[in-house]
Design a protein around this ligand. Sequence first.
Ligand code: DGL
Length: 261
Amino acid sequence: MKIAFFDSGIGGLSVLHHAMKLLPDEEFVFFADEDNVPYGTKPREMVMNFVDDVFRFLLTLDVKAIVVACNTATSVAVREMRRRYDLPIIGMEPAIKRAIDLYGDRRVLVTATPITINGEKIHSLIDRLGKRDIVDLLALPRLVDFAERQDFTSNAVTDYLREQFRPYCFEEYSSLVLGCTHFNYFKDTMRELLPDNVKFVDGNEGTLRELMRRLNLLPSNVTKNQKSKVEYYFSKRKVTSVEELHSINIYLDRLDKMFSI
Ligand code: DGL
Protein backbone atom coordinates (compact mmCIF):
# COMPACT_ATOMS: atom_id res chain seq x y z
CA MET A 1 0.00 0.00 0.00
CA LYS A 2 1.07 3.57 -0.65
CA ILE A 3 1.63 6.60 1.53
CA ALA A 4 -0.30 9.69 0.38
CA PHE A 5 1.06 13.23 0.65
CA PHE A 6 -1.45 15.99 0.14
CA ASP A 7 -1.16 19.76 -0.16
CA SER A 8 -3.21 22.59 -1.63
CA GLY A 9 -0.52 22.79 -4.32
CA ILE A 10 3.10 22.00 -4.95
CA GLY A 11 4.34 23.02 -1.47
CA GLY A 12 3.87 19.49 -0.17
CA LEU A 13 6.50 18.29 -2.63
CA SER A 14 9.06 19.61 -0.12
CA VAL A 15 7.86 17.01 2.39
CA LEU A 16 7.63 14.25 -0.22
CA HIS A 17 11.16 15.14 -1.43
CA HIS A 18 12.48 14.54 2.09
CA ALA A 19 10.41 11.35 2.44
CA MET A 20 11.90 9.92 -0.75
CA LYS A 21 15.36 10.25 0.83
CA LEU A 22 14.36 8.65 4.14
CA LEU A 23 12.04 5.95 2.78
CA PRO A 24 13.26 5.11 -0.73
CA ASP A 25 11.53 1.73 -0.80
CA GLU A 26 8.05 3.08 -0.09
CA GLU A 27 5.53 3.91 -2.82
CA PHE A 28 3.86 7.30 -2.72
CA VAL A 29 0.85 9.20 -3.99
CA PHE A 30 1.22 12.97 -4.22
CA PHE A 31 -1.97 15.01 -4.46
CA ALA A 32 -1.80 18.77 -5.20
CA ASP A 33 -5.22 20.42 -5.16
CA GLU A 34 -4.32 22.62 -8.11
CA ASP A 35 -7.98 23.45 -8.90
CA ASN A 36 -8.37 25.11 -5.49
CA VAL A 37 -4.94 26.48 -4.55
CA PRO A 38 -4.39 28.72 -2.58
CA TYR A 39 -6.14 27.58 0.58
CA GLY A 40 -4.50 30.05 2.93
CA THR A 41 -6.55 33.10 1.93
CA LYS A 42 -9.94 31.37 1.70
CA PRO A 43 -12.67 30.91 4.34
CA ARG A 44 -12.00 28.04 6.74
CA GLU A 45 -15.28 26.32 5.93
CA MET A 46 -14.41 26.21 2.26
CA VAL A 47 -11.01 24.68 3.06
CA MET A 48 -12.66 22.08 5.30
CA ASN A 49 -14.80 21.01 2.32
CA PHE A 50 -11.81 20.89 -0.04
CA VAL A 51 -9.89 18.71 2.41
CA ASP A 52 -12.78 16.32 2.96
CA ASP A 53 -13.20 15.94 -0.78
CA VAL A 54 -9.50 15.13 -1.18
CA PHE A 55 -9.62 12.57 1.64
CA ARG A 56 -12.57 10.78 0.04
CA PHE A 57 -10.64 10.57 -3.21
CA LEU A 58 -7.39 9.41 -1.59
CA LEU A 59 -9.22 6.64 0.23
CA THR A 60 -10.12 5.11 -3.14
CA LEU A 61 -6.41 4.72 -3.96
CA ASP A 62 -5.33 2.00 -1.55
CA VAL A 63 -3.31 4.23 0.78
CA LYS A 64 -2.11 3.18 4.23
CA ALA A 65 -1.63 6.69 5.65
CA ILE A 66 -2.27 10.29 4.66
CA VAL A 67 0.29 12.99 5.35
CA VAL A 68 -1.36 16.40 5.26
CA ALA A 69 1.74 18.18 3.94
CA CYS A 70 0.04 21.53 4.38
CA ASN A 71 0.05 23.60 7.56
CA THR A 72 -3.13 25.40 6.47
CA ALA A 73 -5.19 22.25 5.85
CA THR A 74 -3.87 20.81 9.12
CA SER A 75 -4.87 23.93 11.04
CA VAL A 76 -8.40 23.84 9.64
CA ALA A 77 -9.28 20.20 9.20
CA VAL A 78 -6.96 17.57 10.62
CA ARG A 79 -8.86 17.07 13.86
CA GLU A 80 -12.13 16.60 11.97
CA MET A 81 -10.54 14.24 9.41
CA ARG A 82 -9.22 12.06 12.25
CA ARG A 83 -12.74 11.89 13.61
CA ARG A 84 -14.20 10.96 10.23
CA TYR A 85 -11.63 8.52 8.81
CA ASP A 86 -9.96 5.51 10.29
CA LEU A 87 -6.34 5.47 9.09
CA PRO A 88 -3.15 7.16 10.28
CA ILE A 89 -3.38 10.88 9.46
CA ILE A 90 -0.21 12.88 10.02
CA GLY A 91 -0.53 16.65 10.06
CA MET A 92 1.97 19.51 10.02
CA GLU A 93 2.29 22.55 12.18
CA PRO A 94 4.83 25.37 12.17
CA ALA A 95 7.99 24.10 13.87
CA ILE A 96 8.06 26.71 16.64
CA LYS A 97 8.92 24.22 19.36
CA ARG A 98 11.79 22.87 17.29
CA ALA A 99 13.15 26.40 16.74
CA ILE A 100 13.11 27.08 20.49
CA ASP A 101 14.58 23.65 21.31
CA LEU A 102 17.39 24.24 18.84
CA TYR A 103 18.21 27.87 19.51
CA GLY A 104 16.91 28.74 22.97
CA ASP A 105 15.14 31.88 23.98
CA ARG A 106 16.07 34.26 21.18
CA ARG A 107 13.28 35.70 19.04
CA VAL A 108 11.60 33.51 16.40
CA LEU A 109 9.78 34.78 13.32
CA VAL A 110 7.08 32.37 12.17
CA THR A 111 5.99 32.73 8.55
CA ALA A 112 2.82 31.01 7.29
CA THR A 113 -0.45 31.65 5.45
CA PRO A 114 -3.13 33.98 6.88
CA ILE A 115 -5.36 31.02 7.87
CA THR A 116 -2.54 29.39 9.84
CA ILE A 117 -1.49 32.68 11.49
CA ASN A 118 -5.06 33.54 12.50
CA GLY A 119 -6.03 30.00 13.50
CA GLU A 120 -6.61 28.89 17.05
CA LYS A 121 -4.16 25.97 16.66
CA ILE A 122 -1.00 28.08 16.38
CA HIS A 123 -2.04 30.38 19.22
CA SER A 124 -2.68 27.50 21.59
CA LEU A 125 0.72 26.04 20.61
CA ILE A 126 2.47 29.33 21.47
CA ASP A 127 0.59 29.55 24.76
CA ARG A 128 1.40 25.94 25.62
CA LEU A 129 5.08 26.69 25.04
CA GLY A 130 4.74 29.85 27.12
CA LYS A 131 6.70 31.81 24.52
CA ARG A 132 4.38 34.55 23.35
CA ASP A 133 6.98 37.18 24.29
CA ILE A 134 9.58 35.92 21.79
CA VAL A 135 7.44 34.65 18.88
CA ASP A 136 6.34 36.95 16.03
CA LEU A 137 3.93 35.89 13.29
CA LEU A 138 4.09 37.01 9.66
CA ALA A 139 1.70 35.97 6.87
CA LEU A 140 3.33 35.72 3.42
CA PRO A 141 0.44 34.67 1.12
CA ARG A 142 2.02 35.96 -2.08
CA LEU A 143 4.81 33.39 -1.84
CA VAL A 144 2.24 30.68 -2.53
CA ASP A 145 1.31 32.31 -5.86
CA PHE A 146 4.95 32.88 -6.76
CA ALA A 147 5.79 29.23 -6.03
CA GLU A 148 2.87 27.97 -8.11
CA ARG A 149 4.25 30.02 -11.03
CA GLN A 150 7.79 28.70 -10.49
CA ASP A 151 8.95 32.23 -9.78
CA PHE A 152 11.46 31.87 -6.94
CA THR A 153 14.08 34.54 -7.47
CA SER A 154 12.64 37.41 -9.57
CA ASN A 155 12.77 41.06 -8.51
CA ALA A 156 9.06 40.82 -7.67
CA VAL A 157 9.80 38.06 -5.12
CA THR A 158 12.79 39.88 -3.64
CA ASP A 159 10.92 43.20 -3.41
CA TYR A 160 7.96 41.53 -1.72
CA LEU A 161 10.13 39.78 0.85
CA ARG A 162 12.27 42.86 1.50
CA GLU A 163 9.13 44.87 2.20
CA GLN A 164 7.63 42.21 4.48
CA PHE A 165 10.90 41.78 6.42
CA ARG A 166 11.48 45.53 6.84
CA PRO A 167 9.82 45.93 10.30
CA TYR A 168 12.00 43.28 11.98
CA CYS A 169 15.33 43.80 13.67
CA PHE A 170 16.78 40.44 12.61
CA GLU A 171 19.87 40.75 14.81
CA GLU A 172 17.56 39.78 17.71
CA TYR A 173 16.26 36.61 16.00
CA SER A 174 17.65 33.09 16.10
CA SER A 175 15.45 31.68 13.40
CA LEU A 176 12.73 31.96 10.80
CA VAL A 177 10.16 29.16 10.83
CA LEU A 178 8.90 28.10 7.40
CA GLY A 179 5.31 27.45 8.47
CA CYS A 180 3.96 26.83 4.99
CA THR A 181 5.33 24.08 2.79
CA HIS A 182 5.36 26.41 -0.23
CA PHE A 183 7.99 28.58 1.48
CA ASN A 184 10.80 26.01 1.27
CA TYR A 185 11.40 27.03 -2.36
CA PHE A 186 12.56 30.51 -1.31
CA LYS A 187 15.38 29.71 1.08
CA ASP A 188 18.14 31.09 -1.17
CA THR A 189 16.19 34.29 -1.92
CA MET A 190 15.42 34.79 1.79
CA ARG A 191 19.04 33.98 2.71
CA GLU A 192 20.21 36.99 0.70
CA LEU A 193 17.94 39.26 2.75
CA LEU A 194 18.63 37.90 6.24
CA PRO A 195 21.73 38.06 8.44
CA ASP A 196 23.60 34.79 9.05
CA ASN A 197 22.35 34.47 12.65
CA VAL A 198 18.83 33.75 11.35
CA LYS A 199 18.52 30.00 10.70
CA PHE A 200 15.67 28.30 8.80
CA VAL A 201 13.51 25.76 10.60
CA ASP A 202 10.81 23.69 8.93
CA GLY A 203 8.48 20.93 10.08
CA ASN A 204 9.37 18.36 7.42
CA GLU A 205 11.61 16.14 9.48
CA GLY A 206 9.32 16.13 12.52
CA THR A 207 6.35 15.22 10.34
CA LEU A 208 8.23 12.34 8.74
CA ARG A 209 9.48 11.11 12.11
CA GLU A 210 5.86 10.96 13.22
CA LEU A 211 4.90 9.12 10.01
CA MET A 212 7.63 6.52 10.60
CA ARG A 213 6.61 6.11 14.23
CA ARG A 214 2.96 5.57 13.30
CA LEU A 215 3.73 3.06 10.54
CA ASN A 216 6.66 1.38 12.29
CA LEU A 217 9.08 2.29 9.52
CA LEU A 218 12.83 2.77 9.83
CA PRO A 219 14.73 5.36 7.79
CA SER A 220 17.05 3.95 5.16
CA ASN A 221 20.75 4.51 5.86
CA VAL A 222 21.80 4.07 2.25
CA THR A 223 21.32 6.70 -0.40
CA LYS A 224 19.82 5.03 -3.42
CA ASN A 225 20.03 6.47 -6.87
CA GLN A 226 16.87 4.85 -8.07
CA LYS A 227 13.83 7.16 -8.08
CA SER A 228 10.99 6.39 -5.67
CA LYS A 229 7.70 5.28 -7.18
CA VAL A 230 5.28 8.21 -7.07
CA GLU A 231 1.84 8.68 -8.65
CA TYR A 232 1.04 12.37 -9.01
CA TYR A 233 -2.45 13.88 -9.04
CA PHE A 234 -3.43 17.47 -9.77
CA SER A 235 -6.78 17.55 -8.01
CA LYS A 236 -8.39 14.26 -9.11
CA ARG A 237 -6.59 14.08 -12.43
CA LYS A 238 -3.63 11.72 -12.67
CA VAL A 239 -0.58 13.54 -14.04
CA THR A 240 0.72 11.75 -17.11
CA SER A 241 1.78 14.44 -19.58
CA VAL A 242 5.49 14.90 -20.23
CA GLU A 243 5.16 18.67 -19.70
CA GLU A 244 3.56 18.37 -16.26
CA LEU A 245 5.96 15.66 -15.12
CA HIS A 246 8.80 17.87 -16.30
CA SER A 247 7.39 20.76 -14.31
CA ILE A 248 7.29 18.55 -11.17
CA ASN A 249 10.93 17.66 -11.77
CA ILE A 250 11.83 21.36 -11.87
CA TYR A 251 10.35 21.69 -8.37
CA LEU A 252 12.19 18.59 -7.13
CA ASP A 253 15.49 19.85 -8.56
CA ARG A 254 14.97 23.17 -6.84
CA LEU A 255 14.26 21.37 -3.54
CA ASP A 256 17.56 19.49 -3.96
CA LYS A 257 19.29 22.86 -4.07
CA MET A 258 17.36 24.23 -1.09
CA PHE A 259 17.96 21.13 1.06
CA SER A 260 21.31 22.21 2.49
CA ILE A 261 20.49 25.91 3.02
N1 DGL B 1 1.29 24.82 1.47
C1 DGL B 1 0.27 25.23 2.35
C2 DGL B 1 0.76 25.29 3.81
O1 DGL B 1 1.67 24.58 4.21
C3 DGL B 1 -0.56 26.45 2.05
C4 DGL B 1 -0.60 27.12 0.73
C5 DGL B 1 -1.95 27.73 0.38
O2 DGL B 1 -2.24 28.85 0.80
O3 DGL B 1 -2.67 27.04 -0.30
O4 DGL B 1 0.20 25.98 4.62
